[in-house]
Design a protein around this ligand. Structure first.
Ligand code: FES
Length: 213
């Protein structure tokens, strides 16, 4: 008798292995894939990768503000610093009893009119702040101007330019285009001094010369 118990059942002669059909095989494949997905989802998450701590940014040290030195505006140069005007006595207070006095400055070829307006004015000197002086030459073509104390107006007889003595000898009318040059005055006691001229005297390259240097 043969010992049939020693032979494995699957090696029984003539026994055939059960074969999977195509549909069963695909079903098994789907089940395997699903199992793999479930396994992946149920797997614990990978531990986070250790990131070495970065050093905090160094605080920016801003430069201390540079103190700005307060600058005082430079004083305007005096006329005597630009041109060497002479300081000349041109009149006394008593010379102005009639309201106007004629003289010359800065030389004998430059007539000027010293005027006491009777009312205080900007830049006026003297006890009442009403003494002013202007060039006596019209700025149009250099004719000598005349002054009327009643109207406080200079009039040029050549082409009738008019200038307002109470308003810095500003041009009122006529062909001139500039006001009369004004003298800068100082008063000491009874004496009136001229120290410079504001504006160009007619016919001069500069106020201290009659001709080009
Ligand atoms: S010269 Fe005085 S207006 Fe012409």
């Amino acid at each position: 008798m043969e010992d049939q118990g020693a032979t494995p059942p699957n090696e029984v002669a003539g026994a055939q292995q059960p074969r999977l059909g195509r549909r069963s095989f695909l079903k098994l494949g789907s089940v395997g894939s699903a199992a793999a997905v479930l396994a992946a989802c149920s797997a614990p998450p990978a531990p986070p990768t250790a990131v070495p701590p970065t050093a905090p940014p160094a605080p920016t040290v801003s430069a201390a503000p540079t103190p700005v030195a307060a600058t005082e505006p430079a004083p305007a140069p005096a006329f005597s610093d630009v041109l060497p005007y002479p300081r000349l006595k041109i009149a006394t207070l008593s010379d102005l009893q009639k309201g106007v006095f004629s003289t010359t400055y800065p030389d004998q070829f430059s007539p000027v009119q010293v005027i006491k307006l009777g009312t205080k004015t900007v830049g006026g000197v003297g006890p009442d702040g009403d003494i002013v002086a202007y060039s006596g030459l019209c700025t149009h073509m250099g004719c000598p101007v005349s002054y009327d104390p009643a109207t406080k107006v200079f009039m040029c007889p050549c082409h009738y330019s008019h200038f307002d003595a109470a308003a810095d000898a500003m041009l009122i009318s006529g062909p001139a285009t500039q006001h009369l040059p004004r003298l800068v005055l100082e008063v000491e006691g009874q004496d009136i001094y001229a120290v410079s001229v504001q504006g160009l005297i007619y016919g001069r390259p500069h106020n201290l010369s009659l001709t080009e240097l």
